[in-house]
Design a protein. Structure first.
Length: 478
């Protein structure tokens, strides 16, 4: 197999053929056992969730892409599933089970590929990726912060999403499964957000907001952001931005006007959410779409942004008085520069990022990943940006790992812009820049890291081809 081949070199142990039927049979027995025990001891929606998880795990041993698609679907729909389960059975434990289901499926998938199939690869993962994994693991066994139990929980959830990088970097699942899953689930999420904006919240969503809501959900008095399917309004907005990114790239590559539908759904939903962290990148990736496939993509992208941004600012100022959506008005207010200091929250976000970064840099290994998880007892949730999140959970080492990843990613951007097959994944990462290390994004995080795996695998392939060409030239001179 040549180094220029798109597929990573994989050697499969023949004994894997004997292991798979045994695991499948064991999984079926375990499924029945889990269903019986759950029915006797738990009851309610938890039984269905556990049984579905067991079935998906068994199927994932045979078909890895099935497990991946199921993990992403459950991950993206995590919030809606929890809210429905809590509305049906407020005292049940289904709401506690749902967040860990995507992680369990993904971890089982990794074990299946590494142990059962005994795959071995000749390509090595980028050092920056390895560093990030090391930091997350260390932060999990770090007893500081909110304690080792909470840190282990947060790191387990985070590492399960990050390791999706390996699935695409090694091409263990079809790259198209990432795009297709995001297109379908992302469009459903965007449509659900739009319905919430138009018709108001559903009974289960309203119940959750009344009992478990938080201040950031409100755009004003009695004005709640569209929640979507995600675990939070922010994750649903992130999925929308990713949907816009991948659809813009696919439209540019395929010229199929059908991609205009998810672009419209995703952009409208992202704007109405009022989550500017994702609404603004969603607008930006539309403009950057003109640079895909160009000989000098970086130059074309920068020129496009420079020319169109002033026009967008003027248009935003004109549209703002006529917009009825509180979320869209909030985004347009920032874009047009008409937001006052009294109503602006930019300073609050900046202070949180800076304070988290300085606090993290005062330690070599940080205070544990539980600091950035809302599931952890005493956890603060995200500190707004990856660099400050990594500073909190990994200290100086975390910042170094994140900077190394950003540098590695930046080097891969020009090649990914030119490669029509890689551009959709590049745009997914663009749409979520700065939000790759969020513990609470159960569906978005694995999608982001699977996309990073595609982008950086192209960089690895280009480096190898360059080295091979250089070696040939030297041998010919000799």
């Amino acid at each position: 197999m040549s180094l220029g081949s798109r597929s990573a070199r994989i050697h499969t142990n023949p004994s894997a053929g004997f292991a798979r039927p045994i695991v499948i049979a064991a999984g079926l027995c375990a499924s029945v056992t889990v269903a019986v025990l759950a029915t006797l001891t738990i009851g309610g929606p938890a039984v269905i969730l556990l049984l579905m998880t067991a079935i998906v795990i068994v199927m994932g041993v045979k078909k890895p892409e099935v497990a991946f698609v199921a993990a992403i679907t459950v991950g993206v729909g995590n919030g809606a599933l929890r809210r429905i389960a809590g509305w049906i059975d407020p005292s049940g434990i289904a709401t506690q089970i749902v967040p860990i289901i995507p992680a369990v499926i993904l971890v089982t998938l990794y074990v299946s590929l590494l142990v059962i199939r005994r795959n071995h690869w000749t390509d090595k993962a980028p050092i920056a990726f390895v560093l990030v994994c090391i930091v997350v693991i260390i932060s999990g066994i770090n007893p500081a912060g909110v304690g080792i139990v909470n840190n282990l929980l947060a790191s387990s959830l985070l590492i399960s999403g990050i390791l999706a990088f390996i699935l695409t970097f090694r091409r263990l699942i079809p790259h198209s499964s990432v795009i297709n899953t995001l297109a379908v689930v992302g469009s459903i999420n965007a449509a659900y957000m739009i319905l919430q904006e138009i018709n108001g919240l559903t009974p289960w969503d309203a119940y959750w907001v009344d009992n478990f809501g938080y201040s950031a959900l409100y755009l004003g008095p009695n004005l709640v952001r569209p929640l979507g399917l995600g675990a939070s309004a922010a994750e649903s907005a992130a999925i929308c931005a990713m949907l816009v990114g991948v659809s813009v790239a696919r439209l540019r590559v395929s010229r199929n006007p059908a991609w205009l539908v998810p672009i419209s759904l995703g952009l409208y939903a992202a704007l109405t959410s009022g989550t500017r962290t994702f609404a603004l990148p969603a607008l930006a990736v539309i403009l950057l779409g003109f640079a895909i496939g160009r000989k000098r993509p970086m130059l074309v992208g920068l020129v496009t942004l420079a020319v169109t941004l002033p026009v967008i600012v003027v248009i935003a100022g004109r549209l703002m008085p006529a917009v009825s959506s509180a979320g869209a008005g909030r985004v347009l207010m920032l874009v047009s520069g008409s937001e006052s200091e009294e109503t602006s929250t930019v300073g609050i976000h900046q202070d949180l990022i800076l304070s988290s970064l300085l606090r993290g840099l005062s330690s070599v290994i940080g205070t544990g990943s539980g600091q950035v998880s809302v599931l952890a007892s005493g956890g603060l949730g995200s500190s707004e940006q990856d660099i400050s999140n990594m500073a909190l959970i990994g200290g100086v080492l975390g910042v170094v790992a994140m900077l190394a990843l950003y540098i590695t990613f930046a080097r891969a951007i020009p090649g990914a812009f030119r490669d029509l097959n890689t551009a959709p994944f590049l745009f997914i990462t663009f749409a979520t820049i700065g939000q790759w290390m969020n513990v609470g994004y159960y569906g978005a995080t694995p999608l982001i890291w699977a996309s990073l795996g595609v982008v950086l695998s192209l960089r690895t392939k280009e480096t190898k081809e360059y080295a091979l060409d250089t070696g040939r030239k030297r041998s010919s001179r000799d």
